[in-house]
Structures are given as C-alpha cells and as structure tokens.
Design a protein around this ligand. Structure first.
Ligand SMILES: [Zn+2]
Ligand SMILES: [Zn+2]
Length: 351
C-alpha cells in the first residue's frame, strides 16, 4: 500500500510504500478511494496542540509517533475481510467511522467510543489513518453504507458533519426566535450551518474573518454573517441562545461566551489553541453553559448519514484533489485558502 506519512513533524508528508495489512479475526481491509483533509490534521502534522501560556500537548504522548499516517475521514471499498467479519462483502463501498475506542470500557460499551477512557484507537489520530490506499478497520460495525451520497461528500461526514452534529445536539432546546452563532466557517462551520438548518434552527449568524467563507455560509442558509474583524463585532453578537466554536481560540471563545444570553450555551469543538480565563460568578448568575464536544458517536454518525441520504443536509463545498497533492492541501488549509473541505482522491494512486 501507499501512504502519505508524517516522517518528521512539521516537515512535508512523504509518500511511503509499505506492506498492505491482512485482516485477521473480525477485521476488514478497506481500499481508500476518498479521504477528507481536516484542520486538526494540521495539529497532528505540527506534532502538538497549543495549551496557552507557552504550554503544549505533544501528540506523541497520545500514541501519534512518526512515521505516522494521518487522515480521519476515510471512504472506500472493502478489499478483504477477516474470517470473523460479519455482515459485509468484498466490493461494497463504505464510509468508515474512525473514532474507534477500546470496545471494552464502560464508556465504549455504552456506545461512546469517541469518549473511550482506556485506549482509543482513532484512525489517523493514534492509529494509521486514511491518507493511504488502505486502512485496516477492527470491526465491520464501524462501516456505514452511504448509497446515494456522493463519495467525496460522504467522506466528510466522518469528521466534519459528525462533529457539527454532535456539537449542535449539545445546544439548549431552542425557541423559534433563538439565535445561534457559528464561529469559524471552515469545513466544520459550513457543514454546521447545514446541520443546524436540518434541525430547524433558522436564525444562524455565521462568523469568520474571511468574507469568501461568509459568502459560502450565507449560501448554505446563515441568516446573517458577521466579519469578526469589524471593531464592534462583540456588540453585534449579543443575546445568543447558543454558540458553536469551530476555531477554539481565545478570541472566538470571548465572542461566543460573551454573546450568550442568560441560559445560553457555548460549545467548543475547535482545537486552534490557547487558554480560557473567565470570571466565575457570571457563569452561575447568567446560568450559561460552557461545554466541549469531541467528534461524535457511531450512533450519531448513523443519524448524520440518514440526514444526508434524505437530502436534508445541504452540501458544503468539497474540493476533490489527487492524493499526491496532500502536502499542498495541508499548506492551503494552513494558509486559510480553502473554502469548505479538500478531499483527496486515492483512485489516482497506483498501489
Ligand atoms: Zn477532523
Ligand atoms: Zn473504551
């Protein structure tokens, strides 16, 4: 198989020829055809997350040690199945749920693999991921049928749409006039607008520093847009029932939390970095919620796929590029030059 690997953090990915793994037991080998490029791949590429105050969390401490294959939006065709793999056949097209837990802890047993407390096996995070012609999946239950959904868009459901969906579910039950802010209109923020619309949220305010991304947000159904570089941005963002932060920087946290009305909720998904310093009494007095959201569960991905199959998820822009362009894709994402999602086409790779 051919993989695009981090050989050294911060250096260009290398195209590496390796041994194709053989599925054993309940495992399934998927030949990747489409692989989404996520903003969090940039942190994995860099090798750390910024914890603020000069502190860092190094990804090697959670099992991501070079040489490492990133990529956690895998879509492909089943190439081989282990002797105990159930309910799947060679040749079937599948979306892979990448947030695989240990399968044994109480949290995993409750269906929350994405919150596994004893040994997560997240593809592209601490297990070989989807920037590769092949991915080994531990069990067929993590494979989803996406018939009727375009392959490249289907790939993006595994992280971007799933993360947006799970975050949106953490908002308080809203009234018709409630306003919800989407902070950051990159790949996640844009699909979040589609997800919120599908859930009946009408008053969405899309926030970003880039007018091209705000224009894409308006097309997807944001009721108003706000360039947060405008000096009175904070005044224009008041009375929110909820804020979904897909950036996760001190500036967006300040806007999101500061804009909440009483009883509102701020949900943070973005991993840009920094730290939060906030006075404590108003959190109680204003009864606001501050909650984190990390990707989503398998059941939530099934719900997202069902929404997409019904055509209720308006498609955010997807830019499909040959797999060989993986490095340029990461550079473009880092430079803020991508509107929507880049998806790598692995059918262009001879393996
Ligand atoms: Zn992601
Ligand atoms: Zn677990």
């Amino acid at each position: 198989m051919i993989s695009y690997q981090i050989v050294e953090h911060g250096r260009p990915l290398q195209k590496v020829l390796g041994e194709t793994p053989q599925p054993r037991g309940a495992e399934v080998l998927v030949r990747i055809t489409r692989s989404g490029v996520c903003h969090s791949d940039l942190h994995i590429w860099d090798g750390y997350f910024d914890l603020g105050g000069g502190k860092r969390f190094y990804v090697k401490d959670s099992g991501c040690v070079p040489p490492f294959t990133p990529g956690h939006e895998p879509f492909g065709v089943i190439e081989k199945v282990g002797p105990r793999a159930k309910g799947v056949k060679v040749g079937q097209k599948k979306l892979v749920y990448p947030w695989i837990g240990c399968g044994k802890c109480a949290v995993c047993k409750a269906g929350q693999d994405n919150h596994c407390v004893s040994g997560s096996r997240y593809l592209g995070v601490n297990r070989p991921g989807a920037y590769s012609t092949h991915v080994l999946v531990s069990d067929a239950k993590y494979l989803l049928d996406t018939n009727g959904i375009d392959d490249a868009f289907a790939a993006t459901l595994a992280c971007s749409a799933l993360t947006a969906y799970s975050a949106a579910k953490k908002l308080p039950a809203g009234g018709a006039k409630d306003e919800v802010a989407v902070l950051g209109c990159g790949g996640l923020g844009l699909i979040a607008i589609s997800v919120l619309r599908a859930q009946g949220v009408r008053n969405i305010v899309a926030c970003d520093v880039d007018d091209a991304k705000l224009a894409a947000a308006a097309k997807l159904g944001a009721k108003r847009t706000l360039n947060t570089r405008t000096p009175d941005a904070a005044q224009k963002l008041q009375g929110l029932a909820g804020a979904l932060d897909f950036v996760g920087a001190p500036a967006t946290a300040a806007l999101g939390i500061g804009g909440l009305r009483k009883g509102g909720r701020y949900v943070i998904c973005g991993l840009y970095g920094g730290e939060l310093v906030h006075p404590l009494p108003p959190i109680a007095q204003r009864a606001i919620g501050i909650i984190g959201s990390y990707v989503g569960s398998l059941a939530e991905l099934k719900a997202v796929v069902a929404l997409a199959k019904k055509g209720r998820l308006k498609r955010a822009p997807v830019d499909t590029r040959p797999a060989d362009a993986a490095n340029t894709a990461l550079e473009d994402l880092k430079g803020g030059r991508v509107v929507g999602r880049v998806v790598l086409d692995f059918e262009t790779v001879d393996a």
